[in-house]
Design a protein around this ligand. Structure first.
Ligand code: SF4
Ligand code: SF4
Length: 235
């Protein structure tokens, strides 16, 4: 109903499903009939999506957003026809950019997994309200997007500090933390979406979760060393 509902995940999923282009039509900017101005959110999401597409080697012209009122049927038809013409000229997704099917799939999968992290890092810009189309292309810079992925953090639970309070495991949105009573917790790096929740919620007195950037994550401790022996229960 509202373009404010358009999420980066929907756009990437369309490309994963081998759509050659994604066209989003929203209400005119500053003519939102509610109070949400979700069309600005959709615009910012598209601007970010285009830069991410460039980053993974996809032609950003495959994604377009247009604003119009429901009375502008001819404008809708014209812009859709123009978009179809351009996308046809670009050609089939991936193939035209020199990416084979598996490469494209794995790149899109990787980005989809990182959407929560991307949204956290770019949240201020995602709430921008740029009225001047000249400004749109400058909202997200190429270097900024490169840095965003280069500085991708990983989270690691220090086995020396973890007290198995289970707070992080209960709050992890994707069940990426191997948990158990009296067991040192471990982050499954394959499942982790880098949301940083475990880092935020680990009690300060334990401070067991570390944020790591630009370095490999230490390997998890072996299974047989995960049990925590509480003081007075050594026997
Ligand atoms: S950062 Fe922590 S809470 Fe977030 S997905 Fe990864 S393990 Fe789970
Ligand atoms: S919140 Fe901290 S101390 Fe508690 S289980 Fe997680 S890492 Fe360990």
């Amino acid at each position: 109903m509202c373009t404010g509902r358009v999420d980066l995940a929907f756009i990437l999923r369309s490309f994963q499903n081998r759509m050659d282009g994604v066209y989003i039509a929203g209400c005119r900017l500053d003519e939102c009939k509610y109070i949400t101005n979700g069309n600005y959110h959709a615009l910012n999401m598209v601007l970010l999506g285009k830069k991410i597409m460039e980053h993974i080697g996809l032609n950003p012209e495959r994604l377009r957003i247009e604003f119009m009122s429901s009375a502008e049927g001819s404008r809708f038809a014209e812009t859709v026809n123009d978009f179809i013409k351009k996308v046809r000229a670009i050609g089939p997704i991936g193939k035209s950019e020199g990416l084979d099917e598996n490469e494209l799939k794995s790149k899109l999968n990787e980005i989809r997994k990182l959407i929560p992290y991307i949204k956290i890092v770019t949240r201020d810009k995602l709430s921008s309200r740029l009225k001047d189309p000249e400004e749109w292309n400058k909202l997200f810079g190429r270097e900024e997007i490169e840095t965003l992925f280069r500085e991708l953090p990983s989270y690691y639970i220090d086995p020396e500090k973890c007290q198995a309070c289970m707070t992080c495991a209960k709050r992890c949105p994707v069940d990426a933390i191997l948990s158990g009573k009296n067991l040192i917790h471990i982050i499954d790096q394959e499942k982790c979406i880098k949301c940083g929740t475990c880092f935020e919620v680990c009690p300060t007195k334990f401070g067991a979760v570390t944020k790591i950037s630009g370095e490999p994550v230490p390997p998890p401790i072996p299974e047989e060393k995960r049990t925590i022996v509480r003081k007075g229960k050594e026997k």
